[in-house]
Write a protein that binds this ligand. Structure first.
Ligand SMILES: [Mg+2]
Length: 269
C-alpha cells in the first residue's frame, strides 16, 4: 500500500495519512486516432497523464490497468459504442466520465445523465472548453487538492486514491470492494464511534435518502461485513445498534502497534 509518511494527526478513530502527490490520469476513448491525438496533446500540455483507447472494449481493459481519474468517452464508435461502454464502466467504477457527443440533441444529454455520465462536450469542441470541463471534473472528484488520503486502524487499511483495502485479521490481505461498498466503509471510518442511522447512511453513501430503498443499507452492511470478515459480532468493529443504526469502533492501540512502529503518538490538534 505504500503508507510511508508519518501520521498527519489524530482523529477520534484511526490514523489518517497523506500519501505522495500523484498526477491525474485521463483515459481518452475515441475510434478516431486524430481526435485521440489532439486530446492527448491538449491534456498532456495541461500536466495530465494520458492513456488512449481506440474502442469501447479496449477502454474497459485500460480501465483495469491504469485506474484513471477521468474517462473521456466518444459516443459514436463501432461495436461497443460509448453508451454501452459507459454502462460497463459504471458496473466497475465511480470514475468521472466526460462524454464526447457528435449530436447536440438534448436527447443525448438526458440519456447521458441517466446512464451515469458526469458531463458532455459536443463535437466539434473548442480546446478551451474541453480542458475546462476536464479540469472541473478532476477538481470535483479529487477532494482537497493534491492530497491522497490513507487510513489505518487495528482492523483495516484504506488508500482512498487507489481504493485499496486491506484487512488485518485473521491475516493481512487485500479485499476487493465494489464502489458502493467502498463508500460505505469510508462513511464508517470517517465517523468513528458515532451511531449512523439508516437515513444518514443513505445520504452519505447513496447521496439520496428520499428514493433509495431503506433496506439497501442493511443489505450492503451485510455484504461489507462478509467481505471484511466482520460478520462475527464479538470480533467485529462494525456494530449494529438495534433500533438506531450502526457504529464503527476502531482500535487505536492496535493501529499504532501494527501500522506505525516507532511513530510518535499523534498529538491532539
Ligand atoms: Mg467516433
Amino acid at each position: 500500500m505504500g503508507v510511508a509518511s508519518p501520521p498527519r494527526g489524530s482523529s477520534p478513530g484511526g490514523i489518517w495519512y497523506e500519501l505522495g502527490m500523484k498526477r491525474s490520469s485521463v483515459l481518452v476513448v475515441d475510434d478516431e486516432e486524430d481526435v485521440r491525438g489532439l486530446i492527448r496533446l491538449l491534456l498532456e500540455r495541461a500536466g495530465l497523464d494520458v492513456t488512449e483507447a481506440g474502442s469501447g472494449r479496449e477502454a474497459l481493459r485500460r480501465l483495469h490497468q491504469v485506474h484513471p481519474d477521468l474517462v473521456v468517452l466518444d459516443v459514436t464508435m463501432p461495436e461497443l459504442d460509448g453508451w454501452q461502454a459507459l454502462e460497463r464502466i459504471r458496473d466497475l467504477s465511480d470514475v468521472p466520465v466526460l462524454m464526447l457527443t457528435a449530436r447536440a440533441a438534448e436527447l443525448d444529454k438526458v440519456r447521458g445523465l441517466k446512464a451515469g455520465a458526469d458531463d458532455y462536450v459536443t463535437k466539434p469542441f473548442g480546446r478551451q472548453e474541453l480542458l475546462a470541463r476536464v479540469e472541473a471534473l478532476l477538481r470535483r472528484s479529487a477532494g482537497p487538492p493534491e492530497v491522497r488520503e490513507a487510513y489505518a486502524d487495528g482492523a483495516v487499511q484504506i488508500d482512498f486514491a487507489s481504493r485499496e483495502v486491506q484487512i488485518l485479521e485473521p491475516r493481512p490481505h487485500a479485499v476487493q470492494l465494489t464502489p458502493l461498498e467502498f463508500r460505505l466503509l469510508g462513511a464508517f471510518v470517517r465517523h468513528p464511534n458515532q451511531v449512523l442511522g439508516r437515513d444518514q447512511l443513505l445520504e452519505l453513501v447513496w447521496g439520496d435518502a428520499e428514493t433509495v430503498a431503506a433496506d439497501q443499507v442493511k443489505l450492503y452492511v451485510g455484504y461489507l461485513r462478509r467481505k471484511l470478515a466482520w460478520d462475527v459480532a464479538e470480533r467485529s468493529p462494525l456494530e449494529t445498534v438495534r433500533g438506531f443504526g450502526y457504529r464503527y469502533r476502531p482500535s487505536m492501540e492496535d493501529a499504532l502497534r501494527e501500522q506505525a512502529p516507532g511513530a510518535a503518538l499523534p498529538t491532539s490538534t
